[in-house]
Design a protein around this ligand. Structure first.
Ligand code: PLP
Length: 451
């Protein structure tokens, strides 16, 4: 599988006419590097893999490790425009050459980026706060909700992940990410079940249950000041919410003076084929939208977009200051990413190639009983593996083994969801049809020959 990619990725000559040759990382001794890492990081940073490879270069949707092995990167909803994009590199360098400093002054790039970001959102979402990450964006969104409603109580969806800062972690109840999540939740965080539209439950049940919970809390004297949810269920591999779910829950929360927060950090910004397809296809406009990941294509950049009134209410009593959030360089990155997404029509690519990949995976499901469903759309797909299609008994161990085999075949993949039986396929948005074919061929081979 890797032969065709290797030829492209290993060749350091310029792929863009007139652009300098691609950088070489020199020789990297992976074993020595891992030993050094062990001394300083060993138990500090969470990693998806027991033995994560040492990656030294990237190009578009390809990664190269220290031993020269080439991989297809399907586990990357951050690097939206692809690895080492020359235009992005140039834009960052240019802004660094002009200036980069803290948020004390006004800067052309910051104003222009904020304008262009606000223009992506429907009315009345026109006010932008720039931060450094998705967690910070969620934190600020929850603070806006508190300032608006005067209440701390929040309703969140179980199994979701919203970040690691104090507030964003409090509303994250994915036991796969944090086994103690449900027990250690503060008393002001209330949760409703993950609204899976499958596994035998009636979709309407989830909306009714969430609305009933909103009413129960209000009647008990703790009405929620905010409801936070991903508009499609990213942490479960892109599972769609039941039709009408957000409309029903938003209406109930708003009726008691609370706000609706759409966490678009993971599924937003075009990878579903439209900027904010998640809430658009549910026919709702949230009060607050959080964005990060794809908007910086790997550079630390996040944002909260809300209404003028909500922002003013917050500024009356709270403060907002971030030294590097929305710096000139971050904003230059944001602008370059927007230009590349537009000029290379990467949203269309997500729609077309993502649709093609989904259809091909569904074909595989017809031949391999283990592959029971393919969730998601565009470039956020979640093939789900079960032992029994009637009971949806999760094939957890099998999914881990499949991922390990895929990696040997040059495809980086990882299980997700509380049962760890769904793959999260979220490649850079420049992912090609050939790469989609390669993923399907690899998975077909694993499912045919055994894992
Ligand atoms: N919200 C969602 C839905 C996420 O998936 C994530 C990260 O995975 C976050 C928030 C936190 O973003 P970050 O890791 O940039 O802090």
């Amino acid at each position: 599988l890797a032969a065709a990619w290797r030829a492209v990725v290993a060749d350091p000559s310029p792929l863009v006419p007139g652009h300098p040759a691609r950088s070489s990382p020199g020789t990297v001794d992976a074993a020595a590097l891992l030993a050094r890492r062990e001394a300083v990081f060993a138990d500090v940073q969470e990693h998806y893999f027991d033995d994560p490879p040492v990656m030294v270069r990237g190009w578009r949707e390809h990664l190269v490790d220290a031993d020269g092995r080439v991989y297809l990167d399907t586990l990357n909803n951050v690097t939206s425009v692809g690895h080492a994009h020359p235009r992005l590199v140039d834009a960052v360098a240019e802004q660094w050459r002009l200036l980069n400093t803290n948020s004390r002054f006004h800067y052309p790039a910051v104003v222009e980026f904020s304008e262009r970001l606000a223009a992506l959102l429907p009315e009345p979402l026109d006010t932008v706060f720039l931060v450094n990450s998705g967690s910070e964006a969620v934190d600020l969104a929850l603070r806006l909700g508190q300032a608006w409603s005067g209440r701390r109580d929040v309703l969140a969806v179980r199994e979701a992940y919203h970040g690691w800062t104090y507030l964003s972690d409090a509303v994250s109840t994915s036991v796969a990410d944090n086994p103690a999540a449900l027990e250690t939740r503060p008393e002001w965080v209330h949760t409703v079940p993950a609204p899976y539209g499958h596994r035998g439950a009636s979709p309407a049940r989830y909306a009714d249950g969430a609305v009933a919970e909103v009413e129960r809390l209000a009647a008990g004297g703790t009405p929620v000041g905010a409801f936070i949810a991903e508009p499609i269920f990213g942490n479960a591999g892109g599972v769609a919410l039941p039709d009408g779910y957000l409309a029903a829950v938003y209406a109930a929360v708003r009726a008691h003076g609370g706000l609706a927060i759409a966490d678009e950090v993971q599924v937003g910004y075009g990878r579903l084929g439209e900027w904010f397809w998640g809430f658009e296809q549910q026919g709702v406009v949230p009060d607050i939208v959080t964005v990060a990941k794809a908007m910086g294509s790997g550079h630390p950049l996040g944002a909260v977009i809300t209404t003028r009134e909500i922002a003013h209410r917050y500024r009356e009593g709270g403060y907002f200051f971030s030294s590097a959030g929305g710096s000139p360089v971050s904003s230059a990155v944001g602008l370059a990413v927007l230009d590349i997404l537009r000029d290379e029509r990467l949203q269309e690519n997500a729609r077309e190639v993502g649709g093609y990949l989904k259809a091909r995976l569904e074909e595989l499901g017809q031949r391999h009983p283990l592959l029971a469903a393919v969730h998601g759309s565009g470039f956020y797909l979640g093939p789900e593996f079960v032992r029994d299609r009637a009971t949806w008994e999760p094939a957890t161990a099998e999914t881990a083994a499949i991922c390990a085999r895929l990696r040997e075949l040059g495809v980086i993949a990882q299980p997700t969801g509380d049962h760890q039986n769904i793959l999260k396929l979220k490649p850079p948005m420049c992912f090609s049809r050939e790469s989609a074919d390669a993923v399907v061929a690899a998975l077909d081979r694993v499912l045919t020959t055994g894992w």
